[in-house]
Design a protein around this ligand. Sequence first.
Ligand code: PLP
Length: 423
Amino acid sequence: MLSFDPMNGNDQKSGGRAFATRVVHLGRDTGPLNPTATRPDGQGRPVAPGMQLATSFSFGTADALDDAFEHPDEAYCYARISGPTTDQFANAVADLEGLDGGVPFGSGMAAVHAALLGAGLGAGDTVVSSQDVYGATHTLLGTVLAGQGVRTHLVDFQDVEATQSLIARVRPKAIFAETVSNPLVRVADLTAIGEAARSVGSVFIVDNTFPTPYLCRPAEFGAHMVVHSATKYIGGHGDMTAGVVAARADKLPALRLVARLTGATLSPFDAWLGLRGLRTLELRLVRQFANAMAVATALAAHPNVARVHYPGLPDHPHHALAASMFGDRGFGAMLAFEIREGGMPDARLVLDALRLVLPAPTLGDVYSLAMHPASASHRGLTPEDRARIGIGDGLIRLSIGIESANDLIDDLMQALDQLPSRH
Ligand SMILES: Cc1ncc(COP(=O)(O)O)c(C=O)c1O
């Protein structure tokens, strides 16, 4: 049962305040108010965060500009290097993740790439990655990073023993995990992987896009860097593209260097939308998680569904692990289901029959979304690679939104009813 106490928000407290309170106020100007109610400039304080769009900042003297260039982490100078709104946003995400600072990026993939480079990977180095990471991450490791001489070992992170022994054997420079994998919503045992990373001194990078820091904070399991596609739950409304790497202090200089040299800059407007999205993060998630549980239960009972992948279902193999990592906050709003004896044409038929759930290649929005991994997120993989990971042609991924659960269930049931019964 999900518990939500509006007085306390939830039990993830930091700085004495609950998550629910912090998301509402992060990024706002919260400095002390002048007790005489007049600020030096005679203005009141804006309640909402502002947006700074300037490309560059001017300085009173040539020496001051010189000093700003010399210390790019201490002064705003040029928008590709850093900016107040984008920093505010990335630092807000880092605060929620319990990490020292955040670096903003123009997309989640830019953040994934930067985290890998920021870990210091170069020719001759090795990465151990979960085999069922997001398709583009999988392809990035196998093409761009491989082209630079970085060798990736893929392993099934569900097989803890195999993962631990691979890590002990190859002693990778970096380990890359997704807390909850895409699209099979498998939960990684971050305690075991974190311990293995620590034992060989690897940089532990976790993509925490699916659960968000509301559900899980990988830094508590030893992650040095936590990556987000903020395009998803953090933005939440399907109208911005952004990435963040939240990191421990010692990793921040390398990340900032990669950010400013590769130029995967986040737009201040998208950062501002991200800050706005954060304010309702917990409210949205509580509703989405409850909806997802209801939808997963209904799908599991449909005769044309062979299997539902949702860790909230008591018979799911990762149910106990998820409960131990996520507490009583829920099991996320992502799920996937396999059409019984279903192939590509069946999946397309179901997607085409949906009237409310939107077929779209994203997730985490307030709208419910359906996606066919074999022809969208994982189309870059060979059919053999997809089969090895467990992504069949009849698999459909759902990102559950904030609509009425009954309306969502009605829509999915009528779409599945279009298939000939395979009971
Ligand atoms: C888990 C995960 N990480 C990273 C990304 C990449 O994010 P973006 O599309 O913002 O580049 C995605 C995109 O779907 C994702 O699902």
